[in-house]
Design a protein around this ligand. Sequence first.
Ligand code: ATP
Length: 289
Amino acid sequence: MDNILEVSGLAKRYPSFAVDNLSFSLPEGCVTGFIGANGAGKTTTIRAILGLARKDAGKIKVFGLDADRHGRAIRDRIGIVMDGSYFYDELSMKEMKSIIAPAYSQWSDSDYRAYMDRFGLDPKQKISTLSSGMKMKFALVLALSHRAELLIMDEPTSGLDPLVRSQFLEIIMDYMKNGGRGVFFSSHIISDLDKVADMLILIDSGKIVFQRSRDELLDAFRTVKGNAAQLNEDTRSLIRSLKVSPFGFTGLTDRAEELKKKMPEALLERASLEDIMLAYIGGGNDENR
Ligand code: ATP
């Protein structure tokens, strides 16, 4: 499987924040969720990848092409969904489309009309009167209508109601049915990632914490509950996000077999992606804080 996007040693430094030495890659055929707490550096990373903010270091390759040298060819093949601030408020969606469409060699007006219908958008409506969710939908319509091979989206589902979110996820799954494509999107909505993401990249304080497949993560982790009297130095070292209360303890482990041998009475259950994310970004064990 080829990599559709490769990021190596990426750095973008602001006076009081930096993403530094980020390296990761997106295999073709994968939906990759980019997750992290508020202010972790997701938007900064996406902007640096897209050349919307000048990177301070690093190499970006898209479709195997160096982004510094082939920016134009790459832009023709990627769809970007960021907040809708790059639209002209005084235009209708149809007028905005007429400005954007000629920039793309693969633009399809019939796809455009089909997606506008599917999202219930009226092309004659003025952009200034769209809700933030409608703007996001319109941005997605434009990205899909030029038959992009890679979609890069910054929190595309955040302003959408549950019904539209589920439509959006269906569209992403449909989109991936054609081979040779990839999706990279940041999100706080773990349930969305649970539905569509094959791969997850976690960023914290400007650094990549992990890049792992969703199935691998779900296989690796178990929630653990038990009686606090069973805890000792040895067993504590096997548990992340340990919370101890008068009623017992809860936590998360990626060493379930070992723990089961040492604490046969402990209750081990499948963890959710949310449990796993919180264990990484929500801080350490109670007593280490
Ligand atoms: P959220 O989930 O809240 O959208 P994020 O992970 O996308 O957060 P970023 O928007 O990348 O986070 O912001 C990371 C940090 O970089 C923040 O502390 C922010 O203030 C800072 N930052 C972002 N853009 C700039 C800028 N143009 N100049 C200075 N600092 C910036």
